[in-house]
Ligand binder design. Structure first.
Ligand SMILES: Cc1cc2nc3c(=O)[nH]c(=O)nc-3n(C[C@H](O)[C@H](O)[C@H](O)COP(=O)(O)OP(=O)(O)OC[C@H]3O[C@@H](n4cnc5c(N)ncnc54)[C@H](O)[C@@H]3O)c2cc1C
Length: 303
């Protein structure tokens, strides 16, 4: 667990306080609030605050004076309709704020999602902790031979040991030098904003990250996907579990239409129609490139 006893006590104290409210609360999210979910070797993600629930989506869609909810099946049908037809603004009525601790190289991918509000730990103001991401054996893999943006077989034996040794030694040496440069014993000591520049990208940073449900779904669609890098995907997977507890109906629709659904081009749809008529469709007579055909076969599960 990457938390100290003091940090755990702070979280427990926060969870021990309750305040009566007229605002809508989501029982699944109340259970998650403040609790830290460990990710990778030193990372975590936890919910700091949230606004709205499934009913808030329906309320906004119906522009209702009350809660906007009808029967569960009615609400579920409405939410599925909104998701199916890309009617996205009702989902923007729900907001969530996360506290995330993550390696800097993961943060660089994450920050590309511009539709969020971010406040990061300041390494100009504070000294970074000696915490570096070192992949577990099942994440230490070779370059993929079929995907330039991916990894292939696991490294094993001596090679795995050599790579791990390099990662650990480099991290330790960089941090030792960071401390040496900051040191004021008989010297001025280098400014924190400069000393940090020698630290590797596997050092951990932290931020508060706030977004709305529509943009969170967009983030999760890209980052919980198998094509996303493992180290960001594991955060996205925990977030999926949290969102499923928070807005169960909206998450179910998202999992069905976005995570489990596919987009087909007009050419691909034409091929599907021809196949349904019993025609033999091949890449050569499909009108698709080899790459498009491969992905199409993957979608149909016939590759
Ligand atoms: C598997 C994978 C591989 C990737 N590889 C690379 C890579 O090699 N190199 C690289 O640089 N990036 C890469 N990315 C990052 C990717 O290009 C996007 O920057 C990232 O996924 C954020 O997506 P987004 O812009 O849709 O999200 P957000 O920034 O959250 O934006 C959400 C949506 O809001 C709209 N929007 C937001 N800001 C603007 C704007 N200023 N103008 C117009 N519309 C806007 C767009 O519709 C956008 O889709 C990769 C991402 C993935 C998932």
């Amino acid at each position: 667990m990457p938390l100290t006893q003091d940090q755990l006590a702070e979280i427990e104290a926060q969870r021990g306080q309750t305040t009566p409210t007229l605002r809508a609360t989501a029982p699944g999210m109340e259970n998650r609030l403040y609790t830290a979910h460990p990710v990778l070797d030193h990372g975590l993600i936890r919910v700091i605050d949230y606004m709205g629930d499934d009913a808030a989506i329906c309320q906004a869609a119906r522009v209702s004076y009350g809660t906007g909810t009808k029967s569960v099946s009615n609400d579920e049908g409405l939410i599925r309709y909104l998701m199916r037809h890309w009617h996205s603004t009702p989902f923007e009525m729900c907001e969530v704020k996360f506290h995330v601790k993550l390696p800097v190289f993961v943060a660089r991918q994450w920050i590309r999602h511009r539709t969020a509000n971010v406040n990061e730990y300041s390494a100009r103001y504070s000294i970074l902790d000696r915490e570096f991401y070192i992949p577990a054996p099942d994440a230490l893999a070779a370059q993929s031979t079929v995907n330039n943006q991916g990894r292939g077989e696991l490294l094993e034996g001596e090679e795995a040991a050599r790579v791990l040794d390099i990662l650990k030694t480099d991290a330790a040496r960089a941090y030792d030098n960071y401390e040496a440069m900051l040191s004021t014993e008989g010297q001025k000591g280098l400014a924190r904003e400069l000393a940090r520049m020698n630290l590797p990208a596997n050092i951990y940073t932290q931020w508060y990250w706030k977004t709305d449900l529509h943009n969170l779904f967009h983030f999760l669609r890209l980052r919980a996907d198998v094509h996303a890098q493992y180290e960001i995907r594991v955060y996205a997977q925990v977030m999926c579990e949290i969102v499923a507890d928070w807005v169960p109906l909206a998450y179910k629709a998202f999992a069905d239409y976005r995570m489990g659904g596919v987009n087909l081009s007009a050419t691909a749809m034409d091929c599907v129609r021809r196949m349904l008529k019993g025609e033999t469709v091949t890449q050569e007579n499909s009108g698709m490139s080899a790459g498009e055909w491969r992905e199409f076969e993957g979608v149909l599960g016939s590759g």
